[in-house]
Design a protein around this ligand. Structure first.
Ligand code: HEM
Length: 192
């Protein structure tokens, strides 16, 4: 098995993308759990029951969304950052860096073929998420709802990909590509 060293550009891009996805995942997690608009609305309603104030369900939801907004703004900032990172990532092969491996190439192992397909499918899903996210934010109002419906599905491939990726890296580390994790950090194969 080829044990190539990863270039500095490759490693920087890899970790920038990985950390951005982790932060993006935290914003999604918060939105689906603690900062879910219905949860927050229920907390406000519970608080108001000991006061003279009464708010309708719609008003509670509007207030809950306003409380959530500063956290959710980070989803949008990270989203724009990822648009920049992926634009760069897809231009880098033109300069001989981060080449996209062809899953249809001859003379590659079944494992390499599976790996290459995983990346292609992941990149396609990321493109859909980035484009639908941009259209929700910047596009015409009538596209907002259908785009949101597609965009929200992003959580499934993101979790799926992260699981496959981590399992693959750990498997490689403990079988035929010992040192792969340290090479992605330092660029070099650690000498024992
Ligand atoms: C690969 C990148 C991205 C992924 C995986 C992703 C994932 C998600 C997910 C799973 C949700 C739904 C959260 C929920 O169910 O409540 C969401 C919502 C949203 N995302 Fe992203 N996102 C990405 C990029 C972006 C970008 C680039 C933007 C815009 C610049 C953006 C803007 C939004 C907005 C405005 C919502 C709220 C939609 C709504 O109100 O239903 N996202 N995103």
């Amino acid at each position: 098995m080829k044990n190539s060293n990863y270039s500095k550009v490759y490693r920087i891009m890899h970790w920038l993308i990985a950390v951005s996805f982790m932060l993006l995942l935290i914003t999604i997690f918060l939105r689906l759990t603690w900062m879910n608009k219905y949860n927050v609305a229920a907390i406000i309603q519970d608080f108001l029951k000991d006061t003279d104030l009464v708010l309708t369900q719609e008003q509670l939801i509007v207030l809950a969304k306003k409380i959530r907004q500063p956290m959710w703004d980070w989803h949008i900032y990270i989203g724009y950052f990822l648009v920049g990172l992926f634009s760069l990532r897809f231009m880098l092969p033109l300069f001989g860096e981060m080449k996209i491996q062809n899953p249809l190439a001859k003379n590659i192992t079944a494992k390499a073929r599976f790996q290459n397909w995983t990346y292609i499918i992941f990149y396609f899903c990321v493109l859909v998420s980035l484009l639908t996210g941009l259209i929700i934010e910047l596009g015409p109002k009538e596209f907002k709802k259908p785009m949101e419906e597609v965009h929200e599905l992003g959580i499934y491939y993101l979790i799926g990909y992260i699981c496959i990726h981590l399992a693959g890296v750990l498997f490689a580390e403990f079988t035929d590509q010992k040192g792969i994790i340290s090479r992605m950090v330092s660029g070099k194969l650690n000498k024992e």
